[in-house]
Design a protein around this ligand. Structure first.
Ligand code: S3P
Length: 168
């Protein structure tokens, strides 16, 4: 498996989908699978059943993924339930790293569909990213590879990732 990890909004699904197409592998997105199982949006799962329930489903979903798939993980997936350990045991992981300001811009446009940040105003969102990124990076950084995507186009990012995938 090749797992893409990183902060909310960084572009894991976009990059993972492109890689899956290029290498003719199946693409999956853990959040999409969970939404399919529950027949609810991530927002509604959090609202109706709570984060703990979501994290349990996320853990189970991760452990059901088949060999050879290209996986876009939720931003919190590696953080909970020893998932990062599982990820690194079962495949290679690629941490897509971006700057706080770039994450802020990307998230401002899409924060409504993300339960953990949907109600934050701009300064609160920036603070959230700053604090959460410090904590989460401790785990993200244990990925097999870290790709700095700051100021890079999708094409440039893909050019950096392609050689890593070719060797697997
Ligand atoms: C989360 C990230 C989201 C989604 C959920 C929780 C997180 O995925 O799993 O809202 O804890 O960072 P994206 O990274 O695709 O936004």
């Amino acid at each position: 498996m090749i797992y893409f990890i990183g902060f909310m909004g960084v572009g894991k699904s976009t990059i993972a989908k492109e890689i899956a197409t290029k290498f003719n592998r199946k693409f999956i997105d853990t959040d999409k699978i969970i939404e399919g199982i529950e027949k609810k949006t991530i927002n509604n799962i959090f609202k109706e059943k709570g984060e703990e329930y979501f994290r349990e489903l996320e853990k189970k979903t991760l452990r059901k993924i088949k060999q050879n798939e290209i996986v876009a993980c939720g931003g919190g997936t590696p953080i909970f339930n020893n998932n990062m350990e599982y990820i690194n045991k079962t495949g290679i992981s690629i941490y897509l790293k971006d700057s706080i300001n770039s994450l802020l811009t990307k998230l401002e446009n899409t924060q409504k569909k993300r339960p953990l940040i949907k109600k934050l105003n701009r300064p609160e969102l920036k603070k959230y990213i700053e604090l959460e990124l410090i904590e989460r990076e401790k785990i993200y950084k244990t990925a097999t590879y870290t790709i700095n995507i700051q100021n890079k186009s999708i094409q440039e990012t893909l050019r950096e990732i392609n050689p890593l995938i070719s060797t697997f």
